[in-house]
Design a binder for this molecule. Structure first.
Ligand SMILES: N[C@@H](CCC(=O)N[C@@H](CS)C(=O)NCC(=O)O)C(=O)O
Ligand SMILES: [Fe+2]
Length: 288
């Protein structure tokens, strides 16, 4: 059960997307694909998604799933674009409903905005399994960064989304709506119960200290050396550290466009009377 894994880097947001393929049946899943969005013009392009689609086609793979680890707050999802290009079902964690409810309030979305997750083809719960060809993928709910965060265990590889980063990158922030450092700690402890040799693939790497970016590590390396949570780190130590760090972080540049788009399954809001779609930005007042 060793899937072939090909990472793709989205440089401007520090995101890793993956193609996870079953070498036997040539079926594959795509994890966390990114749409290239320009907030200055409100326009999007698909060069990054096209690179993935080209790889899938050129490798003779057939796309069975497009998997989101969570509703991303820093980039727009290319899942529907890739689905149109390659097929496959779009899946996300069932916690997306809580994220939809939270952002319906924050963004005062239209009353008809569905908060039952119907924008996705499949909502996944902790422990659920599904097939990628002859491989079995198992869902491990890993909330804490967001309430819908999931990890996907496929054979000897786990796609951890935003929970742990590379060992020297620590962990994901917990200050978004629905985020909780104590909950993330419990999720990370669950990941650390996987066999030490499990290959870990992260959703982001920001190249701390200027090192070359990386996407892959192991559970054993995380347990030995993650700078935020390793063997012996208590929940109280982690939550104190996480909260201190979160207090210093600015919101991601694309948080409002990204969340609005991603909780709609990777689609823009309905067109207004003039036929055009608009993304909202809440005005929170002037500092005095
Ligand atoms: N500067 C980045 C920040 C991105 C960000 O906040 N990333 C989240 C994951 S969605 C995170 O956990 N960051 C942790 C950290 O920066 O320590 C941006 O504007 O996009
Ligand atoms: Fe994230």
């Amino acid at each position: 059960m060793r899937p072939d894994i090909r990472p793709f880097r989205h440089e401007s947001t520090g995101t890793w997307s993956y193609v996870v393929a079953d070498p036997e049946t040539r079926k594959c899943a795509i994890v966390d694909p990114v749409l290239d969005f320009d907030p200055k013009s409100g326009s999007a392009s698909t060069a990054s998604a096209e690179a993935i689609a080209t790889f899938v086609r050129d490798s003779g793979l057939s796309c069975q799933w497009i998997l989101e680890t969570h509703a991303h707050a820093d980039h727009l999802s290319a899942a529907p674009w890739l689905q149109a290009a390659l097929g496959g079902k779009i899946a996300i964690g069932e916690g997306i409903r809580a994220v939809q409810r939270a952002f319906r309030e924050i963004l005062n979305l239209e009353p008809a905005f569905p908060v039952d997750g119907r924008q996705f083809d499949r909502l996944l719960a902790d422990g659920e399994e599904f097939a990628i060809g002859s491989l079995t993928a198992r869902v491990i709910a890993t909330p804490g960064h967001t309430s819908d965060s999931l990890s996907y265990l496929v054979g000897d590889a786990v796609f951890v989304g935003d929970s742990i980063f590379m060992p020297d990158g620590g962990t994901a922030r917990c200050d978004f709506p629905g985020g909780d450092a104590g909950v993330l700690y419990a999720s990370i402890r669950r990941l650390y119960e996987l066999p030490g040799e499990t290959r870990v693939f992260v959703c982001h790497d920001y190249g701390p200290g200027g090192r070359e970016v990386r996407c892959e590590t192991t559970i054993a390396d995380q347990r030995a050396g993650n700078i935020h949570v390793r063997d012996g780190t208590s929940e109280a130590e982690f939550t104190a550290l996480r909260r201190r760090r979160d207090a210093t972080l600015e919101m991601p540049v694309l948080i409002y466009p990204a969340v609005q788009f991603n909780i709609r399954g990777g689609r823009p809001p309905p067109a207004e009377a003039n036929g055009r779609s608009y993304l909202k930005l809440p005005f929170t007042g002037a500092d005095s």
